[in-house]
Design a protein around this ligand. Structure first.
Ligand SMILES: [Zn+2]
Ligand SMILES: [Zn+2]
Length: 400
């Protein structure tokens, strides 16, 4: 079979936006008409992402936190709209400049330029956008199964669990020792300041309570958090309504204790092993923590899913990078100092975004539901129109 790029270039030689059925109206009318739709789509997409944490922390909410969350929500939605609209305009504009669609100038180049709009956002929003886009790229890379390593990882849940355990140890250790930022499912224990009585070693992680209480408090907190997340997920899931059953009943029947089992077992194993090891080997503070972070990662086997795995891989890369930066902050090596100042996130973001849009439109078989949901959410499902036309093109050219 001929390469997709060759087929695409050949097929699109005479196509315009209208003849390729991307939009029936003229390009300027299409771009203007889409702005309010993109705005609505973004506000709808970011609502659960930005506002759900409010529901989880409902008891501790105050006016300031509420205002900050709403500002964050508005900023995410507006930056998403700006990026989506820019890409939309550029798809038509680049075709106009070049005279026709080509494989890479079709959506890749417009997304590469449109991705730069994210520089208008605050650091907090930039972090969120970068995390989602890089996570999606890791998932596309794994789904391609292009080499023996990705094939092995994608096919083996045991190998995924082992890698997740290593990631868990690394991320928790980064937070425990270097106090690194970035979301992780578990808050590490407080850092041990110094060891006191060597004659009668006892766990010094929690001066106020016993080990059992420490374990119980953690498990209760994460149990409730997981249960809330599972309930919210169940309520938001779209279910197929059968005539004889009400929608609510179907939703209740679809309830799964996923986050609850994962979070409760994660904190349970982590706190239990950390307390146990601290009592047995009180001098090995760092090693004890690394080992408990590693062992608790086994909870991944209860709820293995690729989004969680890709997120853990990405957070591990961030952790390693941040530790290297902290360790070399006073380094005299000029080359290293220069390298550490390069904003890799800002450089990689447009490339990552362009890669995702390119795959969603032209090779959707390598995109997980999360990747597709993000691309659709920000662009009012515009890629779905492009995707179906490209699928038709593939079918037609195969028939020729
Ligand atoms: Zn157009
Ligand atoms: Zn303890």
């Amino acid at each position: 079979m001929a390469a997709l790029s060759k087929v695409f270039d050949e097929y699109m030689r005479t196509k315009t936006c209208q003849t390729f059925l991307m939009h029936p109206e003229s390009c300027p009318v299409h771009c203007l008409k889409d702005i309010p739709l993109y705005l609505l789509s973004n506000f709808k997409y970011f609502a659960p992402i930005c506002l759900l944490p409010l529901l989880v922390k409902l008891r501790h909410i105050n006016k300031k936190k509420l205002r900050q969350t709403l500002e964050y929500y508005a900023e995410c939605s507006l930056i998403g709209t700006a990026t989506g609209c820019t890409i939309n305009v550029l798809i038509c504009f680049v075709r106009y400049i070049l005279g026709r669609f080509t494989y890479y100038s079709y959506v890749y180049v417009p997304s590469l330029i449109g991705g730069c709009m994210y520089n208008l956002a605050s650091d907090r929003v930039k972090d969120m956008f970068e995390t989602s886009i890089f996570q999606c790229n890791i998932s596309i890379f794994l789904l391609q199964r292009s080499n023996i390593i990705t094939r092995l990882i994608a096919n083996s849940k045991h190998l995924q669990t082992y890698i997740f355990m290593c990631c868990s140890a690394l991320i928790l250790q980064g937070k425990y020792v270097y106090n690194l930022k970035g979301f992780w499912f578990l808050q590490p224990n407080n850092k041990l300041v110094e060891f006191g009585n060597t004659e009668n070693p006892k766990c010094q992680l929690h001066s106020e309570s016993s080990c059992q209480q420490h374990l119980w408090h953690g498990m209760r907190k994460y149990f409730l958090l997981g249960l809330t997340l599972d309930l919210i997920k169940t309520m938001m899931n779209n279910v197929d309504v059968i005539k004889t059953q009400s929608k609510m009943w179907r939703k209740i029947k679809n309830f799964r204790i996923r986050s609850m089992a994962l979070l409760t077992s994660y904190i349970g194993i982590y706190r239990f092993t950390h307390c146990y090891l601290n009592r047995k080997f009180p001098h090995q503070k760092n090693l004890n923590h690394i080992l408990s972070g590693f062992l608790s990662g086994i909870c991944y086997s209860f709820y293995p899913q690729s989004n969680l795995f890709c997120y853990a891989l990405l957070q591990s890369i961030f952790t390693i990078w941040n530790i290297i930066r902290i360790k070399n902050v006073s380094s005299k090596n000029q080359v290293l100092k220069y390298l550490l100042r390069i904003p890799f996130g800002k450089i990689m973001f447009p490339i990552g975004l362009a890669n995702i849009v390119h795959y969603v439109c032209l090779k959707p078989e390598y995109c997980s539901p999360l990747v597709t949901a993000i691309a659709y959410g920000v662009t009012n499902k515009y890629p779905s129109v492009i995707k179906s036309e490209v699928a038709l093109m593939k079918q037609t050219t195969r028939c020729l």
